[in-house]
Design a protein around this ligand. Sequence first.
Ligand SMILES: [Zn+2]
Length: 125
Amino acid sequence: MTDLMGRGPLGLKGAKPPKPPRKPMKASGPKTTKLRTAAKGQPCTLRLPCCNSNPETTSLSHIRAFGWAGTAEKPMDFLAVFACSDCHDALDRRRNGELWGWDDVTRALGETLIAQHRMGNLIVA
Ligand SMILES: [Zn+2]
């Protein structure tokens, strides 16, 4: 039995209104870029005491500082250094006790930018 509004008996819930469609997840950046691809096989520019000096493990290690990227975001690819897997772990603080300083990172960033420029991946006007 329904009332004049078409509602059922008191105490019974009607069907739930449909949920609004979910927003799509924020698009993440590309997994592979020219600057990231270029890192493979390059010598490590950080060269921390933990460095494994194996260019086969080198990848582009992003510098997460100064608000250059939001939470769960990577900074732009030119704010990154060529780092072997062990130095990359140290820079991202996944390696306990490995100390590094901003002088190491600044030197590595400069060396990486020069290398990327020489490979034609960065165009400087
Ligand atoms: Zn290294």
